[in-house]
Design a protein around this ligand. Sequence first.
Ligand SMILES: Cc1cc2nc3c(=O)[nH]c(=O)nc-3n(C[C@H](O)[C@H](O)[C@H](O)COP(=O)(O)O)c2cc1C
Length: 206
Amino acid sequence: MKVLMINGSPRKDGNTQGALDEMKAIFEAEGIEVECLNVGKEIIRGCVACGGCGKLGKCVFDDDIVNEVAAKLEQADGLVLASPVYYASANGTLISLLDRLFYSSSFDKAMKVGASVACARRGGITATWDELNKYFGISGMPIASGQYWNGVHGAAPGQSSEDAEGMQQMRTLARNMVFLMKSIQLGREQFGLPEREPGIFTNFVR
Ligand SMILES: Cc1cc2nc3c(=O)[nH]c(=O)nc-3n(C[C@H](O)[C@H](O)[C@H](O)COP(=O)(O)O)c2cc1C
């Protein structure tokens, strides 16, 4: 089984990465393969609503990493989205990537397990966590939870490692995510995936 982690922070060894490293140690101890992508310094444009992905099955812009991330996500059983809190939200680079990744990729994401993590000096963790979970909610992806609303605190790089409760949240979240991924694999083998109706797509009622 494989987990893909996407870190929106431009600080490769920053506090968000500290949270992800705590999760990674649990995944590896449980025999789960992990790949972590640091996208915070990439130049990633936002979605331009051209609709081209509807025909191509991928984003029309092949000049940054969105389509590469899509290929990795297709192979993964779980996805961890992690962001530093910027103005009580996820950081802009990560959101540009996620809007295009989720809108343009045509493969089925249902039953891949999602988990979100936010990192702040002081405020905005729950708002950011909500924001990131929405990508899972629209994709049929079960959302792993932990013992709190997953977040760590820290300002200068490295400070999140001093947040003992935050780090415990990360370990709990990782263990719960592994359990969900394994349970879904078993369920898939034993019962099959839930039936899917052809999509109905209306703007309000028409
Ligand atoms: C543009 C910007 C906006 C920020 N906004 C917030 C905020 O709204 N709330 C907060 O607690 N910290 C805020 N911070 C602080 C970061 O969340 C904090 O330094 C965090 O540790 C960064 O994580 P990183 O080390 O993984 O990059 C902001 C930092 C930047 C650069």
